[in-house]
Design a binder for this molecule. Structure first.
Ligand code: MLT
Length: 245
């Protein structure tokens, strides 16, 4: 009797969408079921929150593979949702992959920056308001094609969507207390040039999670699955093989 590999749930970062995972979807779907939704589709019209995105994620997971245990992978904002899923639905999580993210909540300054960006998108439009932030996302050596892809993804968002994601991130819970209680295999990944969720943050998170693996992706900034997909996929495939997921 063959045992099917666990399905893989991919949660993208901000201000991106599921295209952020396009290489990973192509690479992984040869072996397993892969779901990479747009985070905006996981929220309803209520006040946007990570809790709501986690519930929305599990509803879409159930529609595809009811009662399955998922490998839940999230990058940055997607990592905040992944931790919320691990908190609310631990029985549905077979493993966690936390990429370029953090468990702590926003500082007061971080919260004020969220409010400023929500105002700026309404006043200046999405591309202008996210330009400085997008510049920080990528490693200096990352190619122009990836920079353009990032701009295209941002340009597909409406000012209201950007504001909703900012509010959900601003009000997210601090999950540092959850980390020592995570009992599933966990991979913490970080781009070596990530300045938004840098390697020290990833190391601290990996140290707090029992048995977690830490991997730095060479040549990448905050978005390794787009900046160095081959290295990212090697690390992910090794982790999945090692834990027979
Ligand atoms: C992301 O890439 O999702 C963002 O950097 C997350 C954040 O703004 O905290």
């Amino acid at each position: 009797m063959s045992i099917l590999p666990n399905p893989l749930f991919l949660l993208h970062g901000f201000p991106m969408d599921a295209r952020m995972w396009r290489h990973t979807v192509s690479y992984m779907q040869a072996d397993r079921l892969v779901l990479a939704p747009y985070a905006g589709d996981l929220m309803s019209a209520e006040t946007p929150s990570m809790a709501m995105m986690a519930r929305g994620a599990m509803l879409s997971a159930d529609a595809l593979a009811p009662a399955s245990r998922w490998v839940v992978a999230g990058l940055s904002m997607g990592g905040y949702v992944a931790l919320e899923i691990a908190c609310q639905f631990p029985d549905r999580v077979a493993a966690l992959v936390l990429c370029d993210t953090r468990a702590s909540a926003d500082t007061p300054e971080g919260k004020a920056n969220r409010d400023a960006m929500a105002r700026a998108v309404a006043e200046q439009g999405v591309l202008a308001a996210t330009a400085a932030m997008r510049e920080k996302l990528l490693a200096p050596e990352t190619g122009e094609d990836v920079r353009e892809e990032l701009a295209e993804m941002a340009a597909s968002r409406s000012p209201d969507e950007i504001a909703s994601f900012q509010m959900a991130m601003r009000d997210r819970k601090d999950h540092t207390g959850l980390l020592p209680r995570i009992s599933v295999p966990t991979l913490v990944v970080v781009g070596e040039f990530d300045t938004i969720s840098p390697i020290e943050v990833a190391k601290e998170m990996a140290d707090a999670i029992p048995g977690a693996h830490l991997a730095a992706i060479p040549g990448a900034g905050h978005v390794p699955p787009l900046e160095n997909p081959d290295a990212f996929h090697r690390v992910l495939a090794d982790f999945l093989d090692k834990h027979r997921l």
